[in-house]
Design a protein around this ligand. Sequence first.
Ligand SMILES: Nc1ncnc2c1ncn2[C@@H]1O[C@H](COP(=O)(O)OP(=O)(O)OP(=O)(O)O)[C@@H](O)[C@H]1O
Ligand SMILES: [Mg+2]
Length: 437
Amino acid sequence: MARSVRGRHEQQSLFTPGFGRRPHRVAGRASEIADLEASVLESPHHPNSTGLILGQRGFGKTVLLNEIEDIASSEGWMVLKVDASSPGVSQRVLAEAAKHPFAQEVLSESRSADATRTSRSVSRGVQLRWASISEQKSETRPGPSVRDTLEVLGSATDERDTGVLLTVDELHAGERDEMVRLAADLQLVVAREELPVAFVGAALPEVFYTMLRDPRLSFFRRCDQYEIGAVSDEEARLFFEQGVNDAGGSITAEARELLVRHAVGYPYKMQLLGHWAWRYADAPFREIDRDAADFAEAQASSIVRDRVHAHIWQNISHEERALVRAVAAHEGEAALWDVSDALPYSPESITDMLARLDAVGALGYDGKSHVRLGPLMDAEFVSDATAALRAMEQRGGAAAQSAASGQPRRSRCNKPMKQVPGRCIRPAGHSGRCRSK
Ligand SMILES: Nc1ncnc2c1ncn2[C@@H]1O[C@H](COP(=O)(O)OP(=O)(O)OP(=O)(O)O)[C@@H](O)[C@H]1O
Ligand SMILES: [Mg+2]
């Protein structure tokens, strides 16, 4: 977007440094998009027309979900997109359906008292199905379910040779009961091969250690999994070049290579780096050079630490933090036995912790003998967090002394959270639900 500043015609940066923001151009992901398209959209009658995108925070799950939604829409599919991070998922699916002009036509025609009149868009079979659901609703149920809606819309779109795509973002954050109901509905509609109804979800990989342990959610476990990680340096290089050039700016080869190196293929950081380099250089009026790249690295690292590393750190247990600290103390890669020797935990609990820390991106564990810090943790952050903890412990010592001298101090609830890693931070004996942040 162009705007005028101090008489100059300024081209704003095309970088999009914010969670869930659509990038100007998608870096990499071509094979994931092609695979999703082939298995989900090209064979909607196949029982495997289901996908689950897994990736750490900021690796581009939402972006990938948006890509597949766009492709489906452009091919005439009816796309229903919802986010599970707040309660009311089923209602949102129904509200999404009601927004589509085609669905409005199908549902209103089918609901109309005169179900015998000739339909403009769907066959009588679909109308009658919806009419029967609507009748049942008044006597036994409050309204049509996700299953009813998907069945009717699936039949209607089938007659037009397309289908319905339901996408659910932030699946890991869904309310357990709602997810169980949704899984049961999807199981009945999607897994049956007759209707062209496809499903794609997106979740943090830790979902396998939390929600998806529940056998009632096996529908989601059985989806085809698309694990997304870092993009290649080649793709990152192209991303910086195009992001700068498309907005009318320029970048030196040295600065571009520095940005590629600092990004380590992490899409969220790539956007932050591009954004801050552009701003620091006052692009497009000046070329992005080494100074701008250095400044961008300092800014981007600090933002990633605050928004990503700190979030992970808060949501792991004290024991897990001790394990991360022990790994950070060995620069680079640590042998498992060195780490376990330094900690008072059994090999079994260390192995469990390693698997979970690997899933949240705090550690990278090869499953055998070596462990390293993961893509979302760095030694500097661990050392700062540890120093902050020591300082708090010293203050805590002072508080304990004042408690001993008669001043009350409220303890925390500290119960483990059911659906997300971490513990409750509310005061002990609180009313209502636990919260981890
Ligand atoms: N392939 C990509 N190319 C360019 N930018 C990307 C790509 N993937 C993600 N981004 C950018 O990275 C940031 C994070 O993307 P996104 O919100 O999709 O991540 P996410 O995995 O859904 O994160 P969260 O776990 O927080 O939901 C956004 O600024 C987005 O524009
Ligand atoms: Mg997301």
